[in-house]
Design a protein around this ligand. Structure first.
Ligand SMILES: [Zn+2]
Length: 162
């Protein structure tokens, strides 16, 4: 049952648990990727986050104040997901290319602002939002972030994409 999953957060989900979780998420009929992520968080009883805090660079979609951990749920097209790598629309190709480059620049800027503030961050791509495949990683990051290791310098590997 879900209750056991909730109490034993460190254990990776079994296949059965994962598919139970996914059916819950799907049954809510969420369309938007952010809602899909929120559903997974709630289903796993991961609490302690706020949405779109104004005082955190980039206004992350989900933010955990205590371990200072930001989660961005990013659209594959708008943020140039390397896995989906969709072709630019045929017309106005130039317009789209510069638009997407602008987004990439902004993402990089936000990332370094967060690093300076000691905020770890993780990106969840639209294509994996509803699968929950990112959740073990997220749970590990929360545990890591609240440990003493945060006091050290934050290396380039702290921003990860799933
Ligand atoms: Zn993608």
């Amino acid at each position: 049952m879900a209750g056991r999953v909730i109490r034993e957060r460190r254990d990776p989900l079994t296949k059965a648990e994962r598919s139970e979780l996914m059916s819950k998420v799907r049954s809510r009929g969420n369309r938007s990727t952010e809602m899909a992520v929120e559903s997974v968080l709630l289903a796993l009883d991961i609490r302690g986050w706020v949405k779109h805090p104004n005082d955190i660079p980039g206004h992350p979609d989900f933010y955990f104040p205590r371990p200072q951990f930001a989660v961005f749920v990013d659209g594959c097209f708008w943020h140039s997901c390397p896995k989906c790598a969709r072709n630019l629309p045929g017309s106005k190709r130039h317009f789209w290319a510069s638009k997407l480059e602008e987004n990439r620049r902004r993402d990089r800027r936000v990332r370094s602002q967060l690093r300076r503030l000691g905020v770890r961050a993780m990106r969840i791509w639209e294509h994996s939002a509803a699968t929950g495949s990112w959740s073990p990683r997220l749970m590990r990051m929360i545990d890591l972030s609240s440990s003493k290791r945060l006091s050290g310098p934050i290396g380039p590997g702290t921003y990860s994409a799933y």
